[in-house]
Design a protein around this ligand. Structure first.
Ligand SMILES: Cc1ncc(C[n+]2csc(CCOP(=O)(O)OP(=O)(O)O)c2C)c(N)n1
Ligand SMILES: [Mg+2]
Length: 536
């Protein structure tokens, strides 16, 4: 007996065609008509809260380099997801987020679990938001959502689907389409950029997250080497796009108007590729650029180009642009070759108790497998991470693109699931602050259920350390709510089915980390650490 063709069966056929066969979700009654008789060739990744759902789907999409499908529960589930949706928006992650709407007949009367003004709710953190005018339009809405999510700048889109739509009869949808996911830069303007770059005596290259996302890692290295340019990491990057142990790499640029401007002094030209100009964070006033320095920006994102505070922009895919520049720019002179980044790697004379951050990172730098991937949400230890654990391969560093914490723990799950999906085996190391570990902590359950090869190293300093550093910078003493006593994170991790252990010494950390690499489960190693003043 053949199944009657419905909106539901036709939509599943389309999802198959589009490769959207993994659904990240947390279900409710308004989603069950979509999820019923879930086909065997689809998989459902259950996360126990929606902030986790979104961050898992986000890195899954980034790692597999395909859009990912999300299904949330009406307004309540979407609401829980919004914080991490901001990160997906800034990371240009193509997500198709769906949620169930109440029955069409009931909506006018404000029913229980209705999604009032459903399409407004996720704005402005989606590129497109839609509720089909007719049940019959559901498959086409998915088609358009896919196209919107994928086309540059890629990003999340939202579909609200009334629960009674799925069972409506529909013969089929024969209009599946393809769209492009990259756009080449304007050739004439590119030539102007080539002229300015070739004329520069002391150029700096600033590579941002868009480069690695576009598959431009090797091209970035080749361009830097041809120009003999200093390379900096763009501020607060969510993907690394250049080997951080390369002799031309001079470190991260900084985060404030003043620190960035000071850092760029002496360069006559700064070429920012695949990043905002700039992703500023603390307000420390200064000049947007040092005197005598000009700036060029290349980005695939018109919003990012328009929001730049200084410089001239060129729109276009960063990898295509870098490859074109590589052919056309004049080779740089060897005299302009910079000093590589300093890595003092200073350890205390006597072992710290609790451990100092350099001691923790020194161990990690010894035991971390070279092919491992890092997800970082240890807010006060970013500088130590670059010093001790430089990212040296494409697709092997991830952090939140928005600054919202509660992204990292589920993001590590998404990376591991994405690796499994594409047939890659590598350990995922989650470097997480104790405070950050708690926002989407239930992601640990999904990790344990899927037996994912993740080692979380949670820095337990019993406080929101970075906020204490900010309080000093901003001169705001006496802020309450910055201490976190009595948080037994190892016990919480065990409760979700992971191996959870507390460690106090470098020897214990080394032993547990090595053991975790061979284990058939996700491990959460909680390291007692001394708070430290972060560089802001
Ligand atoms: C969703 C969200 N809530 C609050 C904040 C503000 N915030 C930024 S860093 C931070 C503390 C992080 O503490 P922890 O993870 O322990 O790292 P540490 O600074 O101690 O290294 C907080 C609360 C945020 N960025 N995002
Ligand atoms: Mg902390």
């Amino acid at each position: 007996m053949t199944e009657t063709s419905t909106v539901r069966s036709v939509t599943y056929d389309l999802l198959r065609l589009l490769g959207l066969t993994t659904v990240f979700g947390n279900p409710g009654s308004t989603e069950q008509p979509f999820l019923q008789e879930f086909p065997d060739d689809f998989s459902y990744v259950l996360a126990l809260q929606e902030a986790s759902v979104i961050a898992m789907a986000d890195t899954f999409a980034q790692v597999t380099r395909r859009p990912a499908l999300v299904n949330l529960h009406s307004s309540a589930g979407l609401g829980n997801a919004l914080g991490n949706l901001v990160a997906s928006y800034h990371a240009n992650t193509p997500l198709i987020i769906t949620s169930g709407q109440q029955h069409r007949e009931l909506v006018i009367g404000e029913p229980y679990l209705g999604n009032r003004e459903a399409t407004e709710f996720p704005k402005p953190w989606v590129k497109w938001s839609y509720e089909p005018a007719r049940a019959l339009d559901v498959p086409e809405a998915f088609m358009r959502a896919y196209a919107m999510a994928l086309q540059p700048p890629a990003g999340p889109v939202y579909l609200s689907v009334p629960m009674d739509d799925w069972k409506q009869p529909l013969a089929g949808f024969g209009r599946a389409r393809t769209v492009s996911d990259r756009v080449a830069p304007d050739a004439e303007r590119l030539r102007l950029f080539v002229g300015r770059i070739s004329a520069s005596g002391r150029p700096a290259l600033v590579f941002g997250p868009e480069v690695d996302r576009a598959g431009g890692w090797d091209s970035a290295v080749a361009l830097a080497e041809k120009l003999h340019a200093s390379v900096y990491g763009s501020p607060l990057l969510d993907r690394a796009s250049f080997p951080e142990d390369h002799p031309l790499f001079r470190g991260p640029l900084g985060m404030s108007v003043k620190t960035i401007s000071d850092r760029l002094a002496g360069h006559d030209l700064v070429v920012v590729i695949g990043a905002e100009v700039f992703r500023y964070y603390p307000y420390v006033p200064g000049d947007y650029l040092p005197a005598g320095t000009e700036l060029l920006q290349i980005t695939a994102n018109p919003e990012v180009a328009a929001a730049a505070r200084v410089g001239d922009s060129l729109l276009g895919d960063p990898k295509i642009a870098i490859d074109l520049l590589l052919d056309l720019v004049a080779e740089g002179s060897a005299q302009s070759a910079p000093q590589p980044m300093a890595r003092p790697r200073v350890l205390p004379q006597t072992p710290g108790s609790p451990l100092t951050l350099p001691e923790v990172y020194a161990v990690l730098s010894r035991v971390r497998p070279p092919d491992s991937v890092i997800v970082n949400e240890s807010t006060s230890t970013m500088a130590q991470q670059i010093e001790w654990l430089p990212t040296v391969r494409t697709g092997s560093f991830f952090a939140t693109a928005s600054g919202g914490i509660g992204w990292g723990v589920p993001a590590a799950v998404g990376v591991a699931l994405g690796d499994r999906d594409r047939g890659v085996t590598r350990p995922v190391v989650g470097l997480i602050g104790d405070g950050s570990s708690q926002y989407s902590v239930q992601a640990l359950w999904t990790a344990a259920q899927h037996k994912l090869p993740i080692v979380y190293v949670v820095m337990r300093n019993d406080e929101y350390s970075i906020l204490k550093s900010f309080a000093v910078l901003e001169e705001t003493p006496g802020v309450p709510g910055l201490d976190l006593p009595g948080l037994d994170i190892a016990a919480v991790a065990s409760g979700f089915g992971c191996r959870g252990v507390d460690v106090q010494t470098t020897a214990e950390l080394e032993r547990e980390f090595k053991g975790a690499l061979g284990a058939d489960t996700t491990t959460v190693i909680v390291v007692r650490t001394q708070p430290q003043k972060a560089m802001l």
